[in-house]
Design a protein around this ligand. Structure first.
Ligand code: AMP
Length: 426
C-alpha cells in the first residue's frame, strides 16, 4: 500500500517523497482513509508509530483548498500536553505542508503572548496548542472557535496525567458541535474513555498493538545496582560502551541537576531539561542533542514527553517510573519507526515494586545484565510477573516446600544465583 492509495494528493505526496517516506505505517493505513471520510476517531497508539503523520496528513488534505482567513479564527486545533510536543508537531506540519499554502502556529506557555496574538490576527489555519495558553488567549478574546472544523487531542492520557482535565472541559465546551474530532492516546484508561465520551461522536476505534513491528527492535535490559552507585555505574557505561547518545530519565528536577554535576566530575558532558528551565534553554539543549553536539541528555519524564529524535540510540531509566505506562512511553523514544534502539534501566532495591509493575505490564521479565565492577550489596529480588503490591504488603510470602526463604539468602549473594532465567552478559 502506498500513500497515494490512501487518498492523499500530489503536494502532500511530494512532501512525503522529499522526506523519504515510501510506505505508510500501520496507524497511517488505518487512520488516514477514515479521517478523510470525515469520521471521528479514537486511536490507541504510542509515540513512534507514525501517529503524528496519521492525523496531520489527512488534516492538510482537508484544509488544502484556498480560503480567505479570518483574523483570530482557525480551522484545526491540535491539543498536546507539552511545549516540546507542540513544537514537534508543528515541525511535522511544516514538513508535510511545504508544497501547500496552509499556515500553522504553536500556542504554548513560557513564551511571550504578543507574537502569538499577532499571528492569530494575521490568519492561521492550524493551531498546535497546550491547553493553558489556548484558554488564556481565549479569555483575552484573542481567538474564537466558531470556524473550527477539526479537533485533535494528542497524547490524551498524558494531558489527563498532567491535570489538564478542567482546561480540556472548558475548551471542549466552547467548540462548535459540528466538527470532526480525533483522539490519540498511548493507553485507553477509564479516564481517557470518559474524556472521549465528551469529545468524539460515533468514532472509529483503532488500536495499534504494542507488538507492532517497531517494538521488537527495542532491546530492553536492566542492571541491578545499589542506589548510591547509580551515577558511577552510568558514567562507567557511557565510557566503557562508548555511548554516543543517551536520553536519561530521572524522577526529579533536583536529581537531574545533581546528575549533571556528578557526570561532569567524571569528565562526561551532560545537560538537563525539566519544567524549571526556560523554553529558550530547553529548545537549545534539545537542538544540541538532536544535532549530536550533546551526547547525554537528562530529562524528567514530563519534559521528555515531546522529544522526537529519529533513531535515538538508547533511553536509560535512571529511576524506574511510578507508572508502568510511563515506562512504555519512555522506551517508545528509541527504536522509532523501525530503527533499532535499546532501553536500559538502572534498578535499585527500592525500585523493585516499580520494576514488577513494569514487567507485569510488558508480560515479560526484562533481561538482567551484570557489570562485574558494580557488585550489588542490597540485592534486587528475583522478578515475579505475578507480583501484587497489595498482597506483598499485607501477607508475608508463603514459603513453598524446598524453597529457601528470602531471609535465608545472603545479602551479598552472587547476582547470577538470583535470576531464575539465567544472567546475561552483554
Ligand atoms: P510519531 O509516532 O508521530 O512520533 O512518529 C515517529 C517517527 O516516525 C517520526 O520521526 C516520523 O517522522 C517518522 N515517520 C512517520 N511516518 C513514517 C513513515 N511512513 N515512514 C517512515 N517514518 C515515518
Amino acid at each position: 500500500m502506498t500513500f497515494r492509495t490512501l487518498g492523499l494528493s500530489d503536494p502532500i505526496l511530494q512532501a512525503l517523497e522529499d522526506k523519504g517516506y515510501s510506505t505508510p505505517t500501520d496507524i497511517q493505513r488505518k487512520a488516514i482513509p477514515a479521517i478523510l471520510e470525515g469520521r471521528d476517531l479514537i486511536a490507541t497508539a504510542q509515540t513512534g508509530t507514525g501517529k503524528t503523520a496519521a492525523f496531520v496528513l489527512p488534516m492538510l488534505e482537508a484544509l488544502r483548498g484556498e480560503r480567505k482567513r479570518r483574523a483570530k479564527r482557525f480551522r484545526a486545533l491540535i491539543l498536546v500536553p507539552t511545549r516540546e510536543l507542540a513544537i514537534q508537531v508543528q515541525d511535522n506540519i511544516q514538513l508535510y505542508s511545504k508544497h501547500l499554502s496552509v499556515v500553522s502556529m504553536t500556542m504554548v506557555g513560557g513564551v511571550d503572548l504578543e507574537p502569538q496574538k499577532q499571528q492569530l490576527i494575521d490568519g492561521v489555519d492550524i493551531v498546535v496548542a497546550t491547553p493553558g495558553r489556548l484558554l488564556d488567549l481565549a479569555h483575552q478574546r484573542a481567538l474564537y472557535f466558531d470556524e473550527l472544523e477539526i479537533l485533535v487531542l494528542d497524547e490524551a492520557d498524558r494531558m489527563l496525567d498532567m491535570g489538564f482535565i478542567d482546561d480540556l472541559d472548558k475548551i471542549i465546551a466552547r467548540l462548535p458541535s459540528q466538527r470532526q474530532s480525533l483522539l490519540f492516546s498511548a493507553t485507553l484508561s477509564s479516564q481517557v474513555k470518559s474524556l472521549a465520551k465528551s469529545v468524539v461522536d460515533n468514532p472509529l476505534e483503532i488500536s495499534i498493538a504494542s507488538n507492532q513491528k517497531t517494538t521488537p527492535k527495542i532491546s530492553q535490559w536492566l542492571i541491578a545496582v545499589d542506589k548510591h552507585n547509580k551515577s558511577a555505574l552510568l558514567s562507567h557505561l557511557v565510557k566503557e560502551r562508548d555511548w554516543n547518545q543517551a536520553l536519561i530519565f530521572i524522577r526529579t528536577q533536583h536529581g537531574a541537576a545533581k546528575l549533571v554535576s556528578q557526570l561532569e566530575k567524571r569528565g562526561i558532558k551532560a545537560e538537563a531539561i525539566h519544567g524549571g528551565k526556560s523554553q529558550a534553554s530547553r529548545s537549545k539543549i534539545l537542538a544540541d542533542f538532536k544535532s549530536g553536539d550533546l551526547n547525554i541528555l537528562i530529562a524528567t519524564g514530563v519534559a521528555a514527553r515531546g522529544i522526537d529524535i529519529n533513531e535515538l540510540e538508547r533511553v536509560v531509566n535512571y529511576d524506574m517510573p511510578d507508572d508502568a505506562d510511563e515506562y512504555i512511553h519512555r522506551i517508545g523514544r528509541t527504536g522509532r519507526a523501525g530503527s533499532a534502539g535499546e532501553a536500559v534501566s538502572l534498578v535499585s532495591k527500592d525500585d523493585f515494586k516499580r520494576l514488577c509493575a513494569v514487567e507485569r505490564r510488558l508480560g515479560k521479565i526484562i533481561d538482567r545484565v551484570i557489570i562485574d565492577e558494580f557488585p550489588v550489596v542490597k540485592d534486587l529480588p528475583a522478578s515475579n510477573l505475578n507480583f501484587s503490591v497489595k498482597i506483598a504488603k499485607k501477607n508475608k510470602p508463603v514459603k513453598k516446600p524446598g524453597q529457601p526463604s528470602k531471609s535465608a539468602q545472603p545479602a551479598t549473594k552472587k547476582p547470577e544465583a538470583k535470576t531464575p532465567w539465567g544472567s546475561i552478559k552483554k
